[in-house]
Write a protein that binds this ligand. Sequence first.
Ligand code: NDP
Length: 324
Amino acid sequence: MTKAIRIHETGGPEVLTWEDVESGEPGPGEVRLRQTAVGLNFIDVYQRTGLYPIGTLPAAIGMEAAGIIEATGEGVSGFHTSDRVAYAMALGAYAEERVIATDRLVKLPDGVDDHQAAAMMLQGMTAFYLLRRTYPVKAGETILVYAAAGGVGLILCQWAKHLGANVIGCVGSHEKAELARAYGCDHTILYRDEDIAARVREITNGNGVPVSYDSIGKATFESSIDSLAPFGMLVSFGNASGPVEPFNPGILAAKGSLYFTRPTLATHTATRESLDECANKLFAIVSSGQVKINVGQTYPLAETAQAHRDLEARKTLGSTVLVP
Ligand code: NDP
């Protein structure tokens, strides 16, 4: 028996319940993990509310954790008992122990501790693919990043800075503005009060930005479009304020032959080769000290409902770790 946070129905944070469950024995290609740190991500909110359906309930949600292999199933190669590992994008992370297929796992280097790993795998691999694959940022470019003081945001700002970009970050408070600046933001926009597109034009001498990394969705679609330079790309990678409404693609022509894309880490880590590339680039930049992982808050795993309340109320800073 183990303990897990499960949902029996979709809804508010109150549907997250702390329960006894069977962790089970690993089957072929699987291992049983004792999890030492679990990552909190905004995708967990979408799954809890039903915005992203997860299939049969009840189910443990959560997509990311670090831990130690306790038992291996038949035919497992490359992973052994006592190995320190981590994963992202594998449903069922809100548990003290779990069974998981090894094709989702990566081994942790000595320099990366378990809390850091749980805080960074999902958000950091996302920052990597956004900046290096979706729109490869070049030195000297000025880019726009939303929720710049959040989990993905702080990593994205530092990584973009390392690539030589100038970073404009949208943030929800003065405290967040200060944090984002400490992590590489050159300019901050308090987007609850300020006109984003007008500020972006001011900062870029009227040119606009070549890319907007927009995780807010519905509330900021127009500001993103209006902030882009001709041929610019709106990378819509999240829906913190709700999904983007259906729109007429003609707007992309009218506003300057723009591009729109809606990527997900699931595709970018679907194969072992692609997962390893994302993980290794992340480990390298964190080990070099050029990207620092900010664990802004931790909660006992049993108190995940409170963590969800705080995340949705925009109270969290940086990344959040749930401790089993
Ligand atoms: P964050 O730590 O960034 O938390 C979300 C932040 O969004 C809040 O702190 C808040 O910052 C901002 N926000 C703006 N409007 C709202 C709103 N209406 N409700 C709640 N928050 C709001 O979360 P994560 O780092 O986990 O994720 C950031 C985003 O990236 C999410 O949208 C997530 O879905 C997306 N994502 C997408 C992935 C992909 O592959 N497509 C992978 C990983 C994450 P502020 O107060 O500064 O506005």
